[in-house]
Structure formats: structure tokens, C-alpha cells
Design a protein around this ligand. Sequence first.
Ligand code: PXG
Length: 462
Amino acid sequence: MLKEIEAVATATAAPAKAAHAQPAASKAPTGMDAYWMPFTASRQFKQSPRMFAKAAGMHYWTPEGRQVLDGISGLWCVNAGHARPKIVQAIAEQAAEMDFCPPFNMAHPKSFELAERLVKITPAGLNKVFFTNSGSEAVDTALKMAIAYHRARGEGTRTRLIGRERGYHGVNFGGVSVGGMVGNRKSFGPLLGGVDHLRHTHDLARNAFTRGQPEHGAELADDLERLVQLHDASTIAAVIVEPMAGSTGVLIPPKGYLERLRAICDKHGILLIFDEVITGFGRLGSPFAATKFNVTPDLMTVAKGISNGCVPMGAVFAKGHLHDALMSGPEHMVEFPHGYTYSAHPLACAAALGTLDTYAEDGLLTRGAKMGAAFEAGVHSLRDLPNVIDIRNIGLVGAVELAPIAGQPGKRAFDIFLDCWEKGVLVRTTGDTIALSPPLIIETSHMDQLFSTLRDALKRAA
Ligand code: PXG
């Protein structure tokens, strides 16, 4: 199946002789000034652009026809691989049938169909879905839901939000405020008031080179008790964490940590929000991190894999009683004054339905569990290479943390990213950590290429 998808793409990508073109800078389009690029080392990029023109299955192709193995599912989102026929067809048919439908006081059938299908695979109790267009919007939506829920039940003093150091919850003001990545916060002023943070769980001294969940660190959840002592539970609306922190460099929850956080939230009437934008839809070998770790949050945010990255979409899943608490007031009035012009956009709903079909047909939401052992062996085989100070993995996520070059944080990993790109493999870096999160259709032959390319790049960077 994968071979067929890729055969079509290769045939149309570029002339065969170009497939071996030198991996010099990809052909830049004329006029590169106007585009202000997101989260990009823009000046470096514009001197030496890296362009993709085509994608299918496990691969991208540059405009010159050079094939690049996708080691990060685009950006943690193309979980089913690229150009999957069911998704492509669903989007094309929907675009022809109905382009847009107003989502306020109107709807289209696919929005209901999608919501019903989604709540069949979410953890028990998370049976209401609110659609957004991104993870950032899902996060801010969930934070607003938490505060509005407490207010609706007469606990309007519960407005404080607790995030975690090194957390990433997108780039909107709510998400940046509860987030804990310093580089994303420091330029933007005081952010939201009434926010506090738990400590992060990264502990190289005790947990380096752990396979799967680290042994040490469950007690860090007790930070929440400390914050309750400081602020009083009656002021705290919700705690938001990534069950596995992705963007900050793949921090896997210590054994017992999420369970403890859940218990402390329950004790104090605090809502627990899992940000599953990365972990949702099979990344850890189970449909969601909540199902993997058997800890159910009150609200859960997703994006990326919900539509296989094909059309922007995000969502918040809420427990029924949260939703119901807000369903009051006159029946002709809006109960929850929140939503986006493009909530439940027909193209996104069609893409998501095609995505769910594809996940089901290929068993992708649990395939990470089957392929995880080979992936784990591959990533940990890099252990003895120069400058490697930690390796972490779970499901089909892996991370290699490097010692930084003195005075140049992030440079070593960035150089390795460039080297891998030139050798035909796309990886992702954050700080001095290299993250891997390939499409869930990955085969062991792709893993061989991924890890051998990375191995050679690590040696060269020594
Ligand atoms: N929450 C989490 C946990 C995320 O990982 C967002 C929210 C925001 O989603 P949107 O759709 O608004 O981007 C994310 C996004 C990386 C990387 O390199 C990760 C993300 C985005 C960009 C880069 O790890 N995750």
C-alpha cells in the first residue's frame, strides 16, 4: 500500500536523473522577502532555503526531486503518512460539494458525524467535542471552558491556571501564559495574570537513558499541593500539562506522576487538562496518552493528527458534566460565547473523517505499540556516540539530547538537523535535543535509514 502511494508520487515528482541531484540549497522561489516565516531561523533559511514540493507516504521530495525521509510526520501531525487516498478524496469531494458553512447557529452533517465518531475513541467520559483550527486555539478554548465552568457552578473565584515549566501549549496568550518555554514567553510582556507553574520533570541525573517511562519523579506532582497551599484551592480553576511534553524536547512522564496529579486535582476540585496535541491519535502506541497511561483528564486538547495535518483542525474534548453546567439561560441565547469562523470547517471535517477511516483501516492508533520495540532499539543504539547525554523514547517518539557547544546553545543540534537534511532525512530540533516522531506507517527499513543517517551525522558533528 505504502509502495503504491509513493510510486505514484515518484513518477510525478521529477525526472529520474534529478532524483540524485546534489542536496545543495533547494531552488529558491523568486522574491523571498515578503514571507515572514513562523518559528524559523529566517535569515539562515533565506540564505540557504530548504523547500519541499511533494509528499507521499513516508517521504517528501524537494523541487529538484530529491527524496527526503520524513522523520517527524511533517511537524508531529501527518500520523498516517502523506497523500493518503481516502483523505485526499474526502477533501476534494467536500470542496466541490460545499466550501463553507457558517458554524454559529448553523451546521453541516459532517460536523455531527465527526463528533460522534471521535467520542467513540476518546477516553470514557470525554464525550463532548468543541472544534477549533489549531492546537493553540484548542488550548485557549479549554482554559476558557475551565474558568466558565467553575463560574457557572457558583465558584467564580476559581480563575487561576496552573501550567508547568517547559510546557508548550501553543502561541496564543493563554497558551503562552501557562506554557513554560522561556524563549516563547520573554518577548511578550506580563502575559495572563493569575498563572503559576509546576516544576518540569526532566531529571538527567536520575533518569538518563531510560527506555519508556522514567522511574524517578512522581513526587514532582506534589508541587500542585504546594501551589494549593500558596494560593488556596478555591482560586484554582485548572492544571494543564502535556502528558508527554513534546516541543520542549520529549519529556516522558515519570511512573506514577500523572496518576498523582489526577489525585491531587480530584482532592481539591481542580480540573485537569491534558494537552494531547502531539500525543493524540496514536503517537504513543495508544489512541491517546490518556488511554496509554490510564489517567483521564477533565478536558483534552488535540489538533495535528485529528486531520492528519491535511486541513488545519483542533478540538477540545470535555466531560459531559462540564458542558452541561454551561447549558443554562434563555434557550434563544448563546450559552458559551466562544467559537471561530472556521470551527468545524467542512474541509477539515471531511479530512478528519477520511483520517479516522485511514487510521482504522491500517490499525494506526495502536501500531506504535507494535513498532515501538524496534524504534526503541534503534534510537538507543545511538547512545555511545559523541556528545549524546540522554536518549528517551515512548511509542513512536524518540529524542537524543546532546551536550551543547559552550556558548552556543542549540547549535550542535541545528548543525545535525542540516546534515541529516542534506543526507535525505528530516528530523526536528529543539534546543540541543533532536526529536523523532515518524509517521505511524513506518517500516523497519525506514528506521534503518533514519538511525544510520542520524548516527553518521552525530559522528561528523563530533
Ligand atoms: N499544544 C501542544 C502540546 C503542541 O505540541 C500546540 C499546542 C499548538 O498547536 P498549533 O496547531 O497551534 O501549532 C502544540 C504545537 C515542535 C513543534 O517542534 C511542536 C508544535 C508546533 C511547532 C513545533 O516540537 N506543537
